[in-house]
Design a protein around this ligand. Structure first.
Ligand code: KIV
Ligand code: NA
Length: 264
C-alpha cells in the first residue's frame, strides 16, 4: 500500500483531484477511515469539545494531543497524519519547537497551527528543523474569545483581502497545506486558486482542494451542537463504514459540500 505523503497531496491538487480528510482520535476509527481510503487524518484540538465535553478548544494540552496522536498513528497505514498544536503551545519559537517535537515523536507527519503572518518566522524555523507545517485560517477556534463567538470570517471585502494576503504569506513562509474554516464559498475558491499548495476546507465551500470534517459531526453524534457546514452521513447510510465511504465519494465527486452546507 502506497502511503499518502505531502507531495502526493500536492499532486492531487495539481491533477484536480479532491483531497479527503477527517479528524480521528483513536486507533479503531483511524483504521476504519484508513481502510475506506481517507487521504489525511487530523488529531484536532476539537477533541476538547467532542471527547472531553468542553465548550471550546482552549483547555486542550500538548499531552492530550500527543496521547491521541500515538493511538491514531497505530491505527493508520496509508493516510497522512497531522496533529494540532493546541492553544498557547506555539506562543514563542522555543515553545513551538519543543511542542512540535513532542507531536512528531508521537507519530505526526505534520503539525497544524492557527494564525496568519505572525507565524511566518516560526514556520520557516520548523521547516529548517524538519517539521512540515499546516496553516489554519478563517474561523480559528482558539481565537473564539477574540471573535466573540464561532462566526463566519471574511464576509466583508476588506477582511477577505486580508485573509488572502495572510494565506499567501503563510505559503511563502513554508506551509505545505492550509485548512480554511468557515469563510464564504467565493473566498474559499479565490484562496484555493491563489495558492500552489492544497487548501482543505471546512465550511469554505466546494471549490477548495479538499474537505475535512470532525468525525463526530460526520456521524451526527457530537455532544454539542452540529455546525451548519457539517453533514450527518450515518443517518443516511445506517452504517459507520458506509457513512465514511459515502462522505469520501461525495467529496471526490464535488457533491459535498452543497450550498446548504456552505456560506455566502
Ligand atoms: O480541531 C480540529 O478538528 C480542526 C479541524 C476542524 C480543521 O482543526
Ligand atoms: Na483544531
Amino acid at each position: 500500500m502506497k502511503k499518502v505523503t505531502v507531495s502526493g497531496l500536492l499532486k492531487k491538487k495539481q491533477a484536480g483531484e479532491k483531497i479527503t480528510s477527517l479528524t480521528a482520535y483513536d486507533a479503531s476509527f483511524a483504521k476504519m477511515f484508513d481502510e475506506q481510503g481517507i487521504d489525511a487524518l487530523l488529531i484536532g484540538d476539537s477533541l476538547g469539545m467532542v471527547l472531553q465535553g468542553e465548550d471550546d478548544t482552549l483547555p486542550v494540552t500538548i499531552q492530550d494531543i500527543a496521547y491521541h496522536t500515538k493511538s491514531v498513528r497505530k491505527g493508520t497505514q496509508r493516510a497522512f497524519v497531522i496533529a494540532d498544536m493546541p492553544f498557547m503551545s506555539y506562543a514563542t519559537a522555543e515553545q513551538t519547537y519543543q511542542n512540535a517535537a513532542v507531536l512528531m515523536a508521537a507519530g505526526a507527519s505534520m503539525v497544524k497551527m492557527e494564525g496568519g503572518s505572525w507565524l511566518c518566522d516560526t514556520i520557516s524555523g520548523l521547516n529548517l528543523r524538519g517539521v512540515p507545517v499546516c496553516g489554519h485560517l478563517g474561523l480559528t477556534p482558539q481565537s473564539v474569545h477574540v471573535f466573540g463567538g464561532f462566526k463566519v470570517q471574511g464576509r466583508d471585502s476588506e477582511q477577505a483581502q486580508k485573509l488572502l494576503e495572510e494565506a499567501k504569506a503563510l505559503e511563502k513562509a513554508g506551509i505545505q497545506l492550509l485548512v480554511l474554516e468557515c469563510v464564504p464559498s467565493a473566498l474559499g475558491k479565490m484562496i484555493s486558486e491563489a495558492l500552489s499548495i492544497p487548501v482543505i476546507g471546512i465550511g469554505a465551500g466546494k471549490d477548495t482542494d479538499g474537505q475535512i470534517l470532525v468525525m463526530h459531526d460526520m456521524f451526527g453524534i457530537s455532544a454539542n451542537y452540529m455546525p451548519k457546514f457539517s453533514k450527518n452521513y450515518l443517518v443516511e447510510t445506517g452504517d459507520m463504514r458506509k457513512a465514511v465511504a459515502q462522505y469520501i465519494d461525495e467529496v471526490k465527486c464535488g457533491e459535498f459540500p452543497s450550498p446548504q452546507h456552505s456560506f455566502d
